[in-house]
Design a protein around this ligand. Structure first.
Ligand code: AAL
Length: 403
């Protein structure tokens, strides 16, 4: 008797389970024959469908659905195409010398100034057995500066920030500067590396301040930014991909520091590199962060919202209409886009461009609130002649206006 009861109970449970399975796994059949994507048509105004040439009331392909959802119904106000050109004077290509990573350009009494990384000598890479040999083109660099009256012919003026004494945090390389004029001060922020320069070395960010664009620049005693300390290397081999734990997006390197005075605070934007970096469907795993300070000299506190981009390479940001514009190039799924954020943190894509100049330095004297791209009209970039030698070129932007 009891046995029969159990058999009936088991059959009832099985039946209930299978009935549930049918309902769960086949919802479309049980609702209607219509493609559920058609319901998207009610969500947007007619003008959006017209702009995107998507017939209203028709079926939506996945691509059309994305165009609607992601707001592709936008004009070309943020779209432009870049070209690069050779410069004159001391920025003509010179074999044996690397000049790269130009800062923004500042205009002081009708003279333009730019700061950049400069190094002499070939790059040998890692593993030569000689710790004195240059491992990267930006190894053993210092920050130099040049001036120009017209933005085309440049005169190299000399050293702005040199390497520190042996044993200091910046004794190996001082590079990739950015400049900000704040009140009557000229502020440089830049990357620093302490010797020995190996694959696992963690760089930092330094700051130096002057009353004059030509210096002397006085360094702060301590770096203002360091990588996150939450990853863990695996083993002792000098290999940056071997990790027990990856850590934060900036657990290995903090690069390309760029300082912007924004909403009464100092926003220090930077590019992060991660310990044990992976390749993703967008290429290299590179993202930007921001650290914010109340005082120029810090402390700079990393935003809780970091990382604030999911793509990009060298920093390129500018104030625009009460927010911050950004040129995102080279790495990640959103590379080759121009983005804008109302609060300096939450960026949205404003345009997809064909290509953007690497390490772009912008003319800070341009009235950048005229139109979204006025500040990108011209600037400086760098070009690889070879792995050993890079030099500084000019870029210009052709703004493609709507008819
Ligand atoms: C650049 C920048 C940083 C890196 C190196 C020099 O493109 O991202 O500056 O350290 O390459």
């Amino acid at each position: 008797m009891l046995k029969n009861f159990y058999i009936i109970l088991m059959l009832a449970i099985l039946c209930l389970n299978s009935c549930n399975t049918v309902v769960k796994s086949d919802p479309i059949v049980s609702i209607s024959n219509e493609d559920p994507r058609i319901s998207e048509k009610e969500k947007y105004p007619d003008s959006v469908y017209d702009f995107l040439a998507i017939p209203k009331g028709g079926k939506l392909s996945a691509a059309s659905e994305r165009a609607l959802e992601r707001g592709y119904a936008q004009g070309p106000e943020w779209y432009g195409e870049f070209k690069t050109q050779e410069l004159k004077g001391d920025f003509v290509y010179e074999e044996g010398v690397t000049r790269r990573d130009p800062s923004d350009i500042i205009l002081v009494d009708s003279t333009y100034y730019v700061y950049y990384s400069k190094a002499i000598g070939k790059t040998y890479g890692f593993g030569t057995g000689d710790p004195e040999k240059k491992v990267f083109p930006w190894d053993k660099t210092e920050v130099w500066y040049a001036s120009s009256g017209d933005g085309w012919t440049w005169k190299e003026e000399g050293l702005a920030v040199g390497r520190g004494d042996s044993g200091s945090y910046d004794d190996r390389s001082v590079f990739t500067p950015q400049v900000m004029k704040y009140q009557e001060k000229y502020v440089l922020v830049y990357q620093t590396v302490k010797a020995p320069y190996n694959n696992r070395v963690k760089n930092q960010v330094g700051m130096a301040i002057s009353d004059n664009p030509e210096g002397p620049f006085i360094k702060l005693k301590k770096p203002i930014l360091s990588p996150a300390d939450d990853g863990e290397w695996l083993g002792d081999e000098d290999n940056r991909f071997n990790v027990k734990k990856q850590g934060s997006f900036d657990s290995h390197k903090v690069h390309d520091p760029t300082l912007v005075y924004f909403k009464d605070k100092f926003y220090l934007y930077y590019k992060g590199e991660r310990m044990g970096e992976h390749k993703t469907f967008g290429g290299r795993e590179i993202k930007w962060g921001v650290a914010i300070a109340d005082q120029l000299e810090g402390p700079y506190i990393k935003s809780a919202y970091n990382p604030i981009t999911n793509s990009g390479h060298e920093l390129c940001v500018w104030p625009y209409k009460g927010g911050i514009g950004a040129l995102i190039i080279t790495d990640g799924p959103e590379r080759n886009t121009i983005q804008w954020s109302p609060d300096g943190i939450n960026f949205e894509i404003k345009s997809h461009i064909k290509w953007g100049p690497p390490a772009a330095g912008l003319d800070q004297s341009v009235d950048n609130n005229k139109n979204p791209l006025s500040v990108l009209k011209w600037g400086l970039t760098h070009q690889y002649k070879s792995r050993d030698w890079q030099y500084i070129k000019r870029f210009d932007l052709k703004h493609i206006k709507s008819d």
